[in-house]
Write a protein that binds this ligand. Structure first.
Ligand SMILES: [Zn+2]
Length: 322
């Protein structure tokens, strides 16, 4: 089989199984036990909330697979600083939370067994990492991973994994960092801890092409539509390149380029008054229902639906064979 040429040897353009034209994955961030009676609903309302809406989509499209990026002990209430005066005081502002946070343990997974059991029963769903607390002191409230040391990150990853294990969750060693930021020390800690994939870039607007690079949120310069080897080949990077704000034409272009259509959702529609365009609601799920129906009619069996860990695993083996 002829292997497509690429101008970047780390991009894995030939990541598809035989007979497949393109891959589709679907991931959802910020999942934690928050209910509508808390700061916001993030899955805690179970079938009556966002998880129920997503589950309906999964049942209507049994090929579709979901990767849930789960936070082990969510503490964030507001994604941006609300203590305005403190935010203006240098040095001090870096040492304190500049918005209210929940006490440690409030949203710790093991304290919400019904939520955990619901996750375990979700169809075609895998669990991966989306931070320990999803909050940071200083001005960048919702970027949990910033200037911590390699050892700090090793401890954070171990604490998340320990929480997943304590709950008996079947999880994958893949990570989407809160607000997309994956510093070098984090990536090195992931490699040391045998992670398989990182999902740290989002680009919804750069025109689709074989050489398109992610240039919006998070990691820049990685392929926008293909898996890519990073960290000296020890991790696979998977991009996000599609959500509710984009037209079906963009999805078709990614498929026509034999790429990975990587659809992103966020579990909450609004965080403390900040609306998320790709937040789960009936409108977004209806849109994805339509999108998937159109794509399946057009491409049928040529589409490979995978979880992110399945796609990363296959892509890493393809690369080894070549
Ligand atoms: Zn997040």
């Amino acid at each position: 089989m002829e292997v497509a040429m690429t101008n970047n040897q780390n991009v894995i353009q030939n990541f598809l199984p035989p007979g497949k034209k393109a891959a589709i994955c679907f991931s959802m961030d910020d999942v934690h036990p928050g209910k509508s009676s808390n700061a916001y609903e993030a899955g805690g309302d179970l079938e009556k909330g966002a998880l129920g809406l997503v589950e309906n989509l999964l049942l209507r499209h049994p090929e579709l697979k979901l990767t849930i990026f789960l936070t082990a002990d969510w503490r964030m209430v507001n994604p941006f600083p609300t203590y305005k005066i403190l935010s203006k005081i240098p040095v001090l502002r870096d040492k304190i939370y500049l918005a209210p946070v929940m006490p440690k343990g409030t949203m710790q997974l093991r304290k919400h067994p019904e939520f955990v059991e619901y996750l375990k029963k979700m169809p075609n769903t895998e669990i991966a990492f989306h931070g320990l607390h999803h909050v940071h002191k200083g001005l960048l409230t919702n970027l949990e991973f910033q200037k911590q040391s390699f050892n700090d990150f090793e401890n954070i990853l171990a604490e998340i994994e320990g929480e997943f294990k304590a709950c008996g969750l079947n999880f994958q060693k893949g990570l989407c960092p809160p607000n997309w930021l994956a510093p070098e020390n984090l990536i090195n800690a992931m490699v040391a801890d045998n992670f398989s994939f990182l999902a740290s870039s989002r680009d919804l607007f750069t025109p689709v092409s074989k050489d398109a690079k992610s240039n919006m949120s998070g990691l820049k310069g990685v392929s926008m539509i293909y898996p890519e080897r990073i960290a000296n080949g020890k991790l696979i990077h998977l991009p996000a390149n599609f959500n509710a704000t984009r037209s079906i034409d963009r999805a078709i272009e990614i498929i026509e380029h034999n790429g990975l259509l990587s659809i992103k959702a966020h579990v909450a529609k609004s965080l403390a008054g900040h609306v998320l365009y790709d937040g789960v609601d009936e409108v977004y799920m209806n849109y994805l229902d339509t999108l998937l129906t159109v794509l399946k009619q057009k491409y049928g069996e040529q589409l490979w639906f995978g979880t992110m860990s399945e796609i990363a695993s296959y892509a890493s083996q393809v690369e080894l064979k070549n």
